[in-house]
Design a protein around this ligand. Structure first.
Ligand code: GLN
Length: 549
């Protein structure tokens, strides 16, 4: 049976519960434990798939095709292991299950209530992964902030689990903020005291307090928090702001968060942590040898969380190449044929981002054209790949009205079109082509060089596809389909062999990049940008020239 670690948050949102949970998981994993992390979100949406990125940032997709919270991305990037639908549960999903059971007559005769029916369903899901026998430890992050009306049933479920299971099977970690008042030159513990009090009123007492702070806490403040919040002084963990999220596991190691957690869980025998790979990555990240500048073309660029996995993939790939990747956000809505050269001046590579809907589309197409014509390394992801196809159709094949039926249902040249099975679908949530699909790669292609093999699997999230009716026309004119789905023949990868580096993928490689296993497409794109930056533009394939890892 697994042991359970719960992480709650107090004082404010955005304190980085996900990063603290992932860091603790990393430390425990580095000591040989099998760990997973799950997130319980208090909102009513059944999953975040229908949310605009402006609401909660990107929607992260798992292998099994679940549309989940972006924190699951952090879990995978830190642990290099996969999560699934079971790792992300919302209030909406809990109620949906309970209501479906009520309609099926499962509770016949009974009044269905928040306690015990909703809380029972929450508990069932909180304990589920631990019962599979795969994990020694299950970390559960409770979304939201203690005191929110909507998180109450989750806290109540934690209380019941704490009461039901043996004392050393459950530990509760509360993450709070210790604000620094500049005028008074003082760190303030009162908000933390209040938030622990509020948590305790609901019957849950934290075993460990992790205090986010801009200034070192010092022993006096730690003792004060410990005394007023009724935890041992060593169970007050300082979490200073870090220059990168990837430093946090080491900071938590220094503060002994893992050791104190294990002590609370009655684990007394454990090996030293093996963090060699992690530290090697951090060294490369901190001491890059050069810099590349990548343009990220999207319509949500003002909101960093909208492209979280892409930005993190650049960090992993940059470290691999020992370069600093500077990402310049270019808003696709403001790119025109006239200003594109000026907007993209000085870039070493161009990434056209995923997205939905018509806004900013023509700007993306102009950006692709510029990269294609100027030999600038190009990488298109999902909608970005579709834009590369449309641009090629319009400007090379001469199909001036080529478009995606997503943007223009009546286009006479639907080079990107909706999949047949998608046309029947009326419901929005969870109905796209989602999750992992296999892809067969053409030998000798750029994709083959990048992956080093011909069979791969990557994750998807889209409704539209390359229209195979046009495939011959594209291939005869210089754009090839170098990766296809072996069962359906759907085009997964396009490239232009005569261009120094031009590749577009229908799937989302950023979803599988982790610190210890960076996504090959990002690693090679950054290598190509580095080569471009070094002035080797004329080299046909920069991959052959640059030192690859
Ligand atoms: N809107 C496009 C589609 O549905 C692309 C989706 C994406 O970029 N994730 O096919």
């Amino acid at each position: 049976m697994a042991k359970y670690i719960f992480v709650t948050g107090g004082v404010t949102s955005s304190l980085g519960k996900g990063i603290i949970a992932a860091s603790l998981a990393k430390l425990l994993q580095s000591r040989g434990f099998s760990v997973t992390i799950q997130k319980f979100d208090p909102y009513i949406n059944v999953d975040p798939g229908t949310l605009n990125p402006y609401e909660h940032g990107e929607c992260y997709v798992t292998e099994d095709g679940a549309e989940t919270d972006l924190d699951l991305g952090h879990y995978e990037r830190f642990l290099s292991s996969y999560t699934s639908q079971a790792n992300n549960v919302t209030t909406g999903r809990i109620y949906q299950t309970v209501i479906n059971r009520e309609r099926a007559g499962d509770f016949l005769g009974k009044t269905v209530q928040v306690v015990p029916h909703i809380t029972d369903e929450i508990k069932r899901r909180m304990l589920q992964l631990g019962k599979e026998g795969k994990y020694d430890l299950v970390i559960t992050e409770i979304g939201g902030t203690v005191g929110d009306i909507e998180s109450l049933p989750f806290i109540e479920a934690v209380r019941q689990i704490q009461w039901e299971l043996p004392d050393d099977d459950v530990v509760v970690i509360h993450l709070t903020l210790i604000p620094y008042l500049r005028a008074a030159k003082e760190l303030k513990t009162k908000p933390t005291q209040h938030s622990v009090k509020m948590l305790s009123e609901t019957g849950v007492h934290p075993d460990i307090i992790v205090a986010r702070t801009e200034e070192p806490l010092g022993n006096d403040i730690k003792r004060k928090i410990a005394l007023f919040c009724n935890v041992k002084p060593e169970a007050v963990i300082e979490a200073m702001d870090a220059p990168t999220i990837y430093e946090v596991p080491l900071a938590m190691l220094r503060e002994k968060l893992d050791v104190i957690t294990m002590r609370k869980l009655g684990i007394s025998v454990y090996p030293e942590p093996n963090l060699e790979n992690w530290k090697a990555f951090l060294d490369k990240l901190k001491y890059p040898k050069s810099k590349v500048t990548i343009g990220l073309i999207g319509k949500y660029v003002e909101l960093q969380d909208a492209y979280k996995s892409i930005l993190e993939s650049f960090i992993h790939a940059g470290a691999m190449n020992e370069v600093k990747v500077q990402v310049v956000n270019v808003h696709s809505e403001f790119i025109t044929e006239e200003n594109v050269a000026e907007k993209l001046d000085g870039l070493d590579g161009l990434l056209v981002a995923p997205g939905f809907g018509v806004r900013g589309i023509e700007g993306k197409i102009s950006a692709v054209k510029y990269a294609r014509e100027n030999g600038l390394p190009f990488f298109g992801i999902c909608l970005g790949m579709q834009m590369a196809v449309i641009e090629f159709a319009r400007n090379v094949l001469g199909l001036k009205e080529a478009h995606s039926t997503e943007m223009d249902v009546n286009t006479p040249e639907p080079v990107i079109d909706m999949m047949e099975e998608q046309k029947k679908i009326k419901m929005m949530g969870g109905t796209m082509r989602l999750g992992a699909y296999p892809c067969e790669i053409v030998e000798g292609s750029l994709a083959h060089k990048i992956y080093g093999k011909t069979s791969i699997s990557e994750r998807h999230r889209h409704r539209y596809e390359f229209n195979n009716k046009y495939l011959d026309q594209f291939e005869h004119n210089g754009m090839s389909a170098s990766g296809t789905n072996p069962e359906t023949g759907l085009v997964e990868i396009i490239e232009i062999p005569s261009h120094p580096y031009f590749i577009g993928v229908q799937y989302h490689p950023e979803l599988k990049s982790s610190v210890e296993k960076p996504a090959p497409l990002f690693v090679h794109f950054i290598a190509a940008a580095k080569a471009y930056n070094e002035g080797r533009i004329a080299v046909k394939n920069p991959l052959l020239q640059s030192e690859m890892i």
